[in-house]
Design a protein around this ligand. Structure first.
Ligand code: MGD
Ligand code: MGD
Ligand code: SF4
Ligand code: MO
Length: 885
């Protein structure tokens, strides 16, 4: 009998409930939990493919010291010794932890307690610095606490949903599906998308405002000034519950309409239409994510948005409020335990003596940190210049994800002692570790996460721990004990840690702090096992039904009032003659961050298999770029080579490159190597979305496409990009110099035995060459080379990896790169759930399907997770428009 375990998806901050089943044969099934209030049974493509990412291929299974397998005792002793030694010689600020919003709350709590309470330094920061810190700073400035006032239901209840700097369709797909369903049920609901690009999210938009990069403060200032002289202005809310209106209003009214139009890049009519819509829609939710946070004006953007909601009193009531969409599964939990260098546990303030004293007493801590620690960018600067002698990196991959990533790599290379806890053996960061610690991954570990709407859910284990892997909290607690703090770190289980965390949240709270889950301070193992998803606050002794904050004021500044913030950020001019393009970076639908997990799934790798740059057709023309050409991007900090994706979804002068590709999957596509370490002055969050770069065509003499059964090793072409396929790997490559002998090159890179002879052909005039190697009926490798980007039926070729090639005709069809007439090429995957390609969808439209629904009925595409529906609509509309021309 298969056992069912209820757990939570480890990807985005929507925090969907998952039911995992492990069959008698060890097979793992994953489906949406119909009872979970975040998703009511839905999952997106990433959640649905979780089962494909749990194999042990590439897993880190044993501790390692200096690249050699080691015992836990040895490794932990070494970590404790080296940290203690640095502290003894250079003081507590000579060590640091760099952790992650992908830790569970319990892991995070222990990390923060050890660093801030016992080592006595503030030097623990987290990848949330790159993610949510502008939202945290904006909330704290406005509300006096880091409180998300609303909940998901507000998106369904609103008459107007504004999505700014959010590609909800790809980054929070299940929440997007809820919005789509609500709009379908109530078509009068309006959706406005504010994004320099026309993303898939814009598919449901009634209005898409293609804002100039970083034009948001000007836009929301303009809106605020407009609202202040409109009937929507709510003096009845402002007078009793807020302060600072006059200064904020003065700052917001600085510009006339023409200046606003210039600063936002929007037409005056667009501005007027948006302002009017916002004014007349009482039930309005403004959702924002990284287009807002990741900016030099990120905190001001957040406050400019909040100002508009405070001015209209539209906050904390059903269907109303500013809503920060959190990225990582436990971005919120990390904030609750105070994982940021400038926070203290349980939403307390490290800069307040009273708060420090409270936490110190609760922990029985010897040496609570007296001041904030270094924020991520500054922390790695301190690693680089030798102030930090030992760093422990846990559940994050900074050599890929931090700005000025090459400098991060150099800093780690120079650091005397680097510890990395990860689930994957080989990442761009683990290669610099002196000590590698194997962590439990999703499905193995136990704990809690908090989603964007303050809902705490359990992640439960349903797999046995592989190899010697251990929980992150256990690793931290062991080191804490070895450093001499045994009493404070004697945890036997995650539930004990959760209970302590809950206790601290309620400790001397009395409603003065928003974060209070004191009701769970006495939870035991059984209670923790059975814990159902719940929203905070849940104070001790009174069952709380609070789902929203601030409808009636009650802010957490000492006077109980919210603050309007005068937002004055101007747009810094970044581009120059030498670096004329604005590079924007972000996400694609089916990959997660640095791809250590989604890169394992053939299904998820089929949607977009290569790093790319979106570029406007006219910019492409000026650079002499044809579709599928390669492009070199450069900034003063670094360079990348990626595929050109020419599209008018992109504005002129702007480029977009995904953040995902790393050195394991591409030759040179760590895009953060180009991003300068420029940060928001309030939050310290890097400005990852507005980078000045140059672009030029990469002049390759040879392009190649290959499928292979084995993973290639030691690739030496100037460009390559590797993706997992169902029965092997797919590879794109290009080079400016040729190997002397391609057959010998194939043998070396793909480990082809010498006794296997290739079949192939070379066409002199066109320069096209093909090579295929078979071991009996099994295809080992097919390589297609051409002087221009290779045109073969890629999806079909990829499918041939698992097929039998006993039939010689099939071998020759493969070398030709063309399926027979009876086997059409499905084309690039659009729907990953049912593996439906673009050519199949186009054929179905030609066959009479006129809508996304009709495509679903014919091909099943788009009928499971729904993440691809926007793309399908684009294809259907494109075909119908082409047919009408
Ligand atoms: N598929 C997938 N989903 C994910 C993740 C993932 O890796 N993959 N990661 C998760 C995490 S940690 C996060 S933080 C979230 C991020 O979720 P999002 O913030 O939605 O994703 P991004 O693609 O980073 O950026 C969102 C949009 O901001 C736009 N933008 C850029 N500059 C500006 C600007 O100046 N103003 C405005 N208004 N918009 C701008 C970009 O064009 C982009 O479309 O996604 C989460 N979900
Ligand atoms: N240019 C640019 N850069 C960006 C962004 C952007 O939009 N543009 N976005 C930023 C944002 S919002 C974010 S959140 C970051 C994300 O950036 P990262 O946090 O660096 O990305 P991940 O790939 O999620 O890294 C997680 C690491 O933890 C490992 N891991 C997975 N599970 C566990 C576990 O249970 N325990 C341990 N110890 N390890 C585990 C994974 O194998 C992986 O190596 O990137 C930031 N960087
Ligand atoms: S929307 Fe997708 S990635 Fe996000 S939690 Fe739900 S299933 Fe996971
Ligand atoms: Mo994030």
């Amino acid at each position: 009998m298969a056992t069912e375990v209820k757990t939570t998806c480890p990807y985005c901050g929507v925090g969907c409930g998952v039911v995992a089943t492990v069959g008698d044969d060890g097979g793992i099934g994953v489906k949406g939990d119909p009872d979970h209030p975040a998703n009511f049974g839905r999952l997106c493509s990433k959640g649905a493919a979780l089962g494909e990412t749990l194999d042990l291929d590439g897993r880190l299974l044993y501790p390692e010291i200096g690249g050699q397998a080691a015992e836990w005792d040895e490794a932990l002793d070494l970590v404790a010794d080296r940290f203690s030694q640095a502290i003894a010689e250079h003081g507590p600020d000579s060590v640091a932890f760099y952790v992650s919003g992908q830790l569970l709350t319990e892991d995070y709590y222990v990390a923060n307690k050890l660093m801030k309470g016992f080592i006595g330094s503030g030097n623990i920061d987290t990848n949330s610095r790159l993610c949510m810190s502008s939202s945290v700073a904006g909330h704290r400035r406005a509300f006096g606490s880091d409180t998300v006032p609303g909940c998901y239901e507000d998106l369904e209840l609103a008459d107007l949903v504004v999505l700014t700097g959010s590609n909800l369709a790809w980054c929070h797909p299940v929440l997007y599906q809820r919005l789509v369903a609500a709009k379908a049920a109530r078509p009068q609901m309006q959706v406005v998308v504010i994004d320099p690009r026309r993303t898939m999210t814009a598919d449901i938009a009634d209005m898409h405002l293609a804002i100039r990069p970083d034009g948001d403060v000007a836009l929301f200032n303009g809106l605020f000034a407009h609202l202040a002289s409109s009937p929507a202005f709510d003096q009845g809310y402002i007078s009793p519950h807020t302060s600072g209106f006059a200064e904020a209003f003065a700052a917001a009214s600085a510009f006339d309409q023409a200046t606003l139009a210039r600063l936002t890049g929007l037409a005056e009519q667009e501005l007027a239409a948006f302002f009017q819509l916002f004014e007349s829609s009482e039930k309005v939710v403004t959702c924002y994510s990284q287009g807002v946070n990741q900016s030099v004006s990120g905190t001001d953007k957040v406050n400019a948005i909040i100002n508009c909601h405070l001015a209209t009193g539209r906050i904390g009531r059903p269907g109303m409020g500013p809503f920060s969409l959190t990225g990582q599964p436990n971005a919120m939990g990390g904030r609750e335990v105070g994982g940021l260098a400038n926070m203290l546990a349980a939403h307390m303030d490290i800069e307040k003596a009273g708060d420090r004293d409270q936490v110190r007493r609760f922990w029985g801590a010897p040496a609570i940190a007296a001041r904030p620690g270094l924020k991520a960018v500054d922390m790695f600067r301190a690693v680089a210049d030798g102030r930090i002698k030992a760093i422990w990196i846990m559940a994050t991959n900074p050599v890929v994800s931090m700005p000025d990533a090459d400098a991060i790599e150099a800093a780690l290379r120079a650091c005397p002692f680097v510890v990395v806890s990860d689930v994957i053996r080989q990442t761009d960061t683990t290669r610099h570790a002196h000590v590698l610690l194997p962590s439990l991954g999703w499905g193995e570990k136990d704990g809690t996460v908090t989603n964007s709407e303050r809902r705490i859910s359990r992640q439960r284990s349903f797999l046995t721990a592989p190899g010697e892997a251990r929980a992150d909290w256990w690793q931290l607690a062991e080191v804490g004990s070895l450093m001499g703090f045994a009493g404070a770190f004697a945890y036997a289980s995650a539930s004990e840690i959760f209970a302590e965390h809950a206790g601290l949240s309620g400790f001397e709270n009395d409603g003065r702090r928003d974060f209070d889950v004191g009701a769970y301070a006495e939870i035991d193992g059984a209670g923790y096992d059975a814990l159902m998803p719940f929203q905070w606050p849940q104070p001790r002794g009174k069952a709380s039904t609070v789902t929203r904050f601030f409808a009636d004021g009650g802010f957490y500044h000492p006077d109980g009032r919210a603050r309007f913030i005068a937002t004055t950020s101007q747009i810094a001019k970044r581009v120059s003659d030498a670096f004329p393009f604005t590079l924007n970076t972000g996400r694609v639908r089916d990959h997660w961050h640095t791809m250590t997990r989604t890169g394992k799934s053939a299904r998820l790798s089929a949607h977009i298999g290569e790093p790319f740059v979106e570029i406007h057709p006219r910019d492409a023309m000026e650079l002499d770029l044809s579709p599928a050409d390669l492009v070199v991007l450069e900034s003063p900090f670094g360079a990348a080579v990626v595929r050109a994706l020419i599209t008018d979804r992109q504005a002129r002068g702007n480029l977009f490159v995904p953040m995902h590709w790393n050195d394991q999957f591409a030759a040179k596509a760590r895009i953060d190597a180009l991003v300068p370490p420029i940060t928001d002055p309030v939050s310290g969050q890097p400005a990852s979305k507005n980078v000045a770069v140059s672009a030029r065509r990469f002049a390759a003499s040879t392009y190649g496409f290959a499928v292979s059964a084995a993973r290639p090793e030691g690739l030496d072409c100037a460009y390559w990009a590797l993706a997992k396929a169902r029965a092997g790997w797919r590879l794109e490559l290009a080079s400016q110099t040729e190997p002397d002998d391609w057959v010998a090159w194939c043998r070396r890179i793909f480990d082809i035995p010498v006794d296997i002879e290739p079949i192939g052909y070379a066409d002199g005039p066109s320069g096209h060459r093909r090579l295929a190697f078979f071991d009996g009926a099994k295809l080992l490798l097919a390589l297609y080379l051409a002087p221009e980007p290779v045109a073969v039926a890629r999806s079909w070729v990829v499918e041939q990896l698992g097929a039998s090639h006993a039939d010689l005709r099939l071998r020759f069809a493969l070398v030709a790169g063309r399926p027979g007439a009876d086997k059409p090429d499905p084309g690039a995957t659009v729907c990953s759930c049912f593996n439906v390609g673009i050519n199949q969808i186009v054929a179905a439209v030609r066959g009479g399907c006129r809508s996304v629904e009709a495509i679903g009925q014919t091909l099943n595409a788009g009928t499971n997770c729904g993440s691809c529906r926007a793309e399908i609509r684009g294809i259907v509309d494109g075909c119908l428009a082409a047919a009408a021309e």
